[in-house]
Design a protein around this ligand. Structure first.
Ligand code: NZQ
Ligand code: ZN
Length: 397
């Protein structure tokens, strides 16, 4: 295990009715809030009215930024930062999923910066100050509610880039699983895969001696595999939504990756897809993951992939390569069982843009740590994911 520091300062208020704590949390930072939300799901669910009532009951003044889109745009960030400056906002409150939360984080940094917030993504500026951020989570997926990262799209440059700073940790996050009862089947499935992908990116690591992180990771994967289908079949199953929501936070709050080198190649590749096509992040991941696993499988990586297959999928096979293949098949079958597409061609990605995506993904150097991926490797994975023949590939291997 490698040395590490970890400090997660986000106060979590988890469970039914925890919205009642919102007023008290906000007033720790001030009484002037920018309320950030998406395309209207919080209005349909009644959460918006609840939040406004809490503002009123606690003497909290607010301005709003609505319409934050999935794969949130830098243009929304710019609008939000301008509102903060104009109205002397003291806290940015995100009510929604990962896109809304990410947008709120960069608004908070942009509000305390004189230049353009896109500078944080191009390394032109570092985040050196930010307004406090609070969140009310409505979709279990990204872990943004308990981490210091944000990913933003720039349509002008066709880029989707991430940044992070300890200043961006939400000060508090209200996690009431009931708010995720209304999440659509597509987003429930995609969110479950996103959680699993965060676990994979940290589980598949070249660092030895991390038994505790690995066993925790396997427990979280099993939780997703157990509860994802239950949440799909029974959207208002509290136990399923609660387990998925808490797993989403735990999967990317730092505990799984502490003390190890982590991979993130699949995420880097997916971000190139959702930069160009506005694809749901978790859906892009669901298509890529089995192909990434299949591509990186070799004599060196087989023991770890076999360990995954045996411990998570209970594959009873003593030979590592065969066990690993069985685990990859199970993974692909699981994603298919949640009605997620199995190829890039199915979701409208164009074959002639694969090379461009591979080039952009590797423009800063090779991807990954579990196995390093150069341009040609990334292109091969994209091509295989475009064709979508994972079950044949596993049969013929
Ligand atoms: O916009 P509204 O109307 O709210 O609808 C949203 C949106 O259409 C809807 N939704 C959210 N909660 C709902 C709901 N619909 C009904 N009931 C509810 N309770 O779901 C749709 C998707 O929302 P979005 O916020 O985009 O989803 P998600 O949470 O999956 O966030 C994805 C974004 O986060 C980034 C992704 O790249 C993507 O841009 N990521 C952020 C990370 C981070 N900050 O650490 C890490 C991730 O790997 C990821 O890259
Ligand atoms: Zn993700």
């Amino acid at each position: 295990m490698l040395n590490f520091n970890i400090h997660v300062p986000t106060r979590i208020r988890f469970g039914r009715g925890k919205i009642a704590d919102l007023g008290e949390e906000i007033l720790n930072y001030g009484d002037k809030v920018l309320l950030v939300y998406g395309g209207g799901s919080i209005k349909r669910s009644g959460l918006y009215d609840q939040v406004l009532q809490i503002f009123q009951d606690n003497g909290i003044d607010h301005v709003e930024l609505s319409g934050v889109q999935p794969n949130p745009k830098i243009s929304s960030v710019r609008q939000g930062a301008a509102l903060c400056k104009e109205h002397d906002v003291q806290l940015v409150l995100a009510v929604g999923g990962g896109s809304t939360i990410d947008c709120a984080k960069i608004i908070a940094a942009g509000a305390r910066y004189d230049g353009d917030a896109w500078d944080f993504f191009t390394c032109k500026a570092r985040i050196s100050d930010a307004l406090p951020v609070g969140t009310v989570l409505t979709l279990a997926a990204t872990g943004s509610e308990m981490n210091p990262n944000a990913v933003i799209n720039n349509d002008d440059t066709e880029q989707k880039l991430g940044t992070g700073s300890p200043l961006l940790y939400p000060r508090f996050s209200i996690l009431d699983p009931e708010y995720s009862f209304t999440v659509s089947p597509e987003q429930t499935a995609a969110g479950t895969v996103d959680i699993m992908s965060h676990i994979f990116e940290q589980y598949f690591s070249p660092t030895p001696g991390t038994l505790v992180q690995n066993r925790l990771a396997e427990a979280m994967l099993k939780t997703c595999i157990h509860y994802g289908p239950i949440a799909l079949a029974q959207p208002d199953n509290y136990e399923a939504r609660a387990n998925l929501m808490w797993t989403s936070s735990l999967a990317l709050n730092g505990i799984l990756g502490a003390g190890k080198r982590t991979d993130w190649a699949t995420h880097d590749i997916e971000h190139e897809i959702s930069a160009l096509y506005d694809v749901t992040h978790g859906l892009g991941l669901a298509i890529l993951i089995p192909y990434w696993m299949h591509y990186v499988l070799d004599e060196q990586t087989a023991p770890r992939l076999a360990e995954y297959a045996r411990n998570v999928w209970e594959i009873d096979e003593s030979e590592d390569i065969a066990a690993a293949r069985a685990g990859i098949r199970k993974t692909a079958e699981f994603f298919k069982s949640m009605n997620l597409a199995g190829s890039l061609s199915e979701i409208g990605v164009e074959a002639e843009r694969l090379a461009e995506m591979a080039e952009k993904a590797t423009s800063q150097g090779p991807l990954g740590a579990f196995r390093k991926l150069e341009y040609q490797d990334v292109l091969n994975i994209l091509q295989a994911a475009y064709d979508g023949n994972i079950f044949d590939a596993l049969k013929n291997a």
